[in-house]
Design a binder for this molecule. Structure first.
Ligand code: NI
Length: 383
């Protein structure tokens, strides 16, 4: 069985699935339609199927060894601006990260694997997870038992920074760890004309935003990548009223857990010092931490070898990114690797970054993702 030839045979089907998912995007933990389609196909192909939240896992084959392949299914709250026949039919929602492609590629792989299950030297588990976009759906799947009995896991993400057909692999750290912080600054409201009788939370929040900029520039070792960004700040309702409270939220990124801890500590210290100086109070909440995605060296090397052995795409090294991925949760539990699949195609106008209203994928290479997943499954079980 040649994975690339098998994937080429169902190339149109993979594209049709992707277009269908693309037209009906569903946000995190709302993936009812998508997961139902996946579930029905997996059952039809002979998988033992189990639902976990709005996710689905399917298992096929016999034996002690098991490889897992993962796709995410959720879309984003983005209004699509592409003018294509398969444009999103849901206002304000769009597959702007390519998870429609991930679901379609893995469905294709699941089909091929089922057709050749007699040749499997063990079990394959396909994991279709919900809520990758800020919902840590991977955590929910793991809690629900998705990794039970699994020896290794692989996942593919379409990648707008790489040209079409490039298989981007990296040993060690690949995507950053990410945290989210929410801050409430409590001051004392009053008349805009009598600031001396108030504690202005807007002035305090402004000082804090500026001081946060020194965390990366003055606290983190310069050769270590880190980000602190305030993405939202809200306070007040009228031009002449000093409000009681100001709220802000932001994200921070890092590759080493100690750097993440340092950033958290500095955010707290800065808030503590600044609010003290201005007689205000604060509440800090750190939520939804996603660890850095760190590929296991041997598994990354294995992906490279398999892609080259079966002439699937062009293997290249993918750059580090400060983006985050909840695939990291799986990699904390079992060895594996997260792989980038290039989808940028200037000639087709496919040049926009992930999460952009004009993001799109070069569908002509999606079968490469399917082929790689099939090849990884058969080769891993043969190891
Ligand atoms: Ni994504």
């Amino acid at each position: 069985m040649n994975p690339l030839e098998e994937a080429l045979k169902i190339k149109d089907q993979i594209i049709a699935w992707r277009r269908d998912f693309h037209q009906y995007p569903e946000l995190k933990y709302e993936e009812e339609r998508t997961s139902k389609i996946v579930e029905e196909h997996l059952k039809e192909w002979g998988y033992e199927v189990r639902r976990i939240s709005t996710g689905v896992i399917g298992t096929i084959g016999e034996g002690d060894k098991m490889i897992a392949l993962r796709a995410d299914m959720d879309a984003l709250p983005v209004q699509e601006e592409n003018d294509v026949p398969y444009k999103s039919k849901i206002p304000g929602k769009m597959h702007a990260c390519g998870h429609d492609a991930h679901t379609a590629m893995l469905l294709g792989a699941a089909k091929i694997i089922a057709e050749h299950k007699e040749e499997l030297n063990g079990k394959v588990r396909v994991i279709f997870q919900p809520a990758e976009e800020g919902g840590n759906g991977a955590k929910v799947m793991i809690k629900g038992g998705a990794l039970e009995g699994v020896n290794a896991i692989f996942g593919i993400h379409v990648w707008s920074e790489l040209p079409s057909g490039v298989i981007g692999i990296r040993e060690g750290p690949f995507l950053a760890g990410a945290g989210e912080f929410h801050v409430k600054i409590k001051g004392k409201g009053g008349h805009g004309a009598s600031p001396h009788e108030t504690v202005d939370p807007i002035v305090v929040a402004s000082q804090a935003v500026l001081a946060f900029q020194t965390i990366v520039s003055r606290n983190v070792e310069p050769i270590k990548p880190a980000v602190v960004s305030v993405g939202a700040i809200h306070a007040g309702t009228a031009f002449n009223v000093i409000p009681e409270e100001a709220e802000m939220k932001g994200t921070y990124r890092f590759f080493e857990p100690e750097i993440g801890k340092l950033i958290e500590k500095r955010i707290d210290e800065i808030l503590s010092g600044i609010t003290k100086a201005y007689h205000a109070d604060y509440k800090l909440n750190i939520v939804e931490l996603t660890p850095p995605t760190i590929n296991h060296s041997k598994m990354a090397q294995f992906v490279k070898d398999v892609a080259q052995r079966y002439s699937i795409g062009t293997v290249s090294e993918v750059s580090l990114t400060m983006g985050a991925e909840d695939f990291s949760f799986y990699l904390q539990k079992v060895p594996g690797a997260f792989v980038a699949l290039g989808i940028k195609n200037k000639a087709k106008g496919i040049i926009y970054p992930h999460h952009h209203p004009k993001f799109n994928v070069d569908e002509d290479i999606l079968h490469l993702g399917t082929a790689l997943e099939v090849a990884l499954a058969f080769e891993f079980l043969r190891l």
